[in-house]
Design a binder for this molecule. Structure first.
Ligand code: SF4
Ligand code: SF4
Length: 399
């Protein structure tokens, strides 16, 4: 790319107080999120530079039943910020929560986009199918009336946040508005547009930016403007990018050593909490939640839930095609500890059991790891686990 062409992007960045060094650091973090080596950083930089010279990619951001927390999360990207500049390379013609246009002008912008097709549809919130779709009316009609066409004509759908993925808390029991995720809605209407699911409540904005770079600038769309098979192959069975949702919170948690030692917090405000012990006994769902929150972190990488002292409540869990399988129905009450740790599809165990009978548990990695920990003496002398159930009982749990 000609030097002067690069200047188009760099002058945009400079106007926001972002240096070239910031930009390259950003490209490095996108590469890490996409599982690419550092040698790909120049290619990512070149792709973004080149996108700055092309017509902007049309995008449509619509809300179902939502608290708009995901929009708010995106606003926490920070400004000036290189990620904001990248998002500016999208032409978001319709964004219900923050756009200036209202009424007929806004609806016309949406209709024009739908007629042209080939846009990226960002869906935030729960699809409200209840009361014949009247649970959510937009511009005087049920949203479910216009949604099939909007989904059908999109090049790709980015489901941001747990509500968009599987209904989230909006669809939690008893779910009177019959909320579902956008993937379920597309299945019900035989719509085959590729969907990338990004759960958590709210969505982590860094994942959204990485997906925008992957889909739009790194060849995620083929020549027909449809999502390329290579990108679809990067998704897991729940439509989530494997690199972001491929490891548990527990795998990367800085409190993991305390878990292994049997050192748990049983009560907030206790000495154990002050020592930073493991939060499993007060409900941490980290062992069963697949996201890279401990690595990517939140609020401009300032911190994340467990580091801030709260148990992971499992908002990254998703079940796009299973009604009642959202993270709230599965994980509440949040401060009750999980009944068991899954070792495999059919075997579960409690941590104390793992510590005391680990030699007899014939199950995979935890067995091998546990034997090593036991041999090293790290499972002896930790805080007792099963004996202390009073705090669970007080919370109405004790499962
Ligand atoms: S149970 Fe939670 S707090 Fe404890 S190590 Fe695992 S993720 Fe960290
Ligand atoms: S750490 Fe757990 S509760 Fe916190 S955002 Fe990540 S998945 Fe959600």
């Amino acid at each position: 790319m000609a030097h002067e062409d690069c200047e188009v992007l760099y002058s945009q960045l400079a106007a926001r107080g972002v240096t070239r060094r910031d930009f390259l650091r950003f490209c490095g973090s996108v590469a890490a999120l996409l599982g690419l080596s550092e040698t790909m950083v120049p290619r990512i930089a070149a792709a973004v530079e080149s996108a700055a010279l092309k017509p902007r990619v049309p995008a449509l951001w619509i809300n179902g039943g939502a608290c708009t927390g995901c929009t708010e999360s995106m606003a926490q990207l920070g400004s000036p910020d290189v990620a904001t500049v990248v998002l500016d390379l999208l032409s978001v013609n319709y964004f219900e929560t923050i756009m200036m246009a209202q009424g007929e002008d806004a609806e016309k912008a949406k209709a024009d986009l739908a007629a042209a097709g080939g846009y990226v549809l960002v869906y935030e919130g729960t699809v409200m199918t209840g009361f014949d779709g009247n649970a959510l009316r937009v511009a005087g009609k049920p949203q479910t009336e216009e949604l099939p066409e909007l989904c059908e004509k999109a090049a790709a759908i980015l489901a941001v946040g747990s509500c968009a993925v599987d209904g989230g808390w909006v669809a939690a029991r008893p779910n009177p508005a019959e909320g579902i995720g956008i993937q379920q809605f597309c299945e019900d209407h035989d719509i085959a547009t590729p969907i990338i699911n990004l759960p958590t409540c709210p969505v982590n904005p860094e994942w959204v930016v990485a997906m925008v770079v992957d889909v739009l600038f790194l060849g995620g769309l083929d020549e027909q403007g449809k999502v390329a098979q290579a990108l679809v192959d990067k998704l897991d069975d729940f439509g989530r990018p494997k690199l972001i949702f491929g490891q548990t919170i527990h795998d990367n948690c800085p409190r993991r050593g305390h878990f292994e030692n049997g050192e748990f917090v049983y009560e907030f405000g206790s000495e154990e909490e002050a020592r930073g012990y493991c939060l499993y006994a007060v409900g941490c769902k980290g062992p069963q939640t697949f996201t890279n929150c401990p690595i990517v972190r939140w609020n401009e990488k300032a911190t994340w839930c467990v580091e801030a002292g709260a148990p992971c409540i499992g908002c990254g869990n998703a079940n796009p095609l299973s009604a009642g399988g959202n993270w709230v129905d599965v994980g509440a009450p949040f401060l009750n500890r999980l009944p068991d740790l899954p070792l495999s599809d059919t075997t579960t165990v409690q941590p104390a059991a793992a510590a005391s009978v680990v030699g007899a548990v014939a199950a995979g990695a935890l067995l091998v790891h546990g034997i090593g920990m036991k041999a090293a003496g790290r499972m002896d002398g930790g805080a007792p686990y099963e004996e202390i159930r009073e705090s669970d009982r007080k919370k109405g749990g004790g499962r």
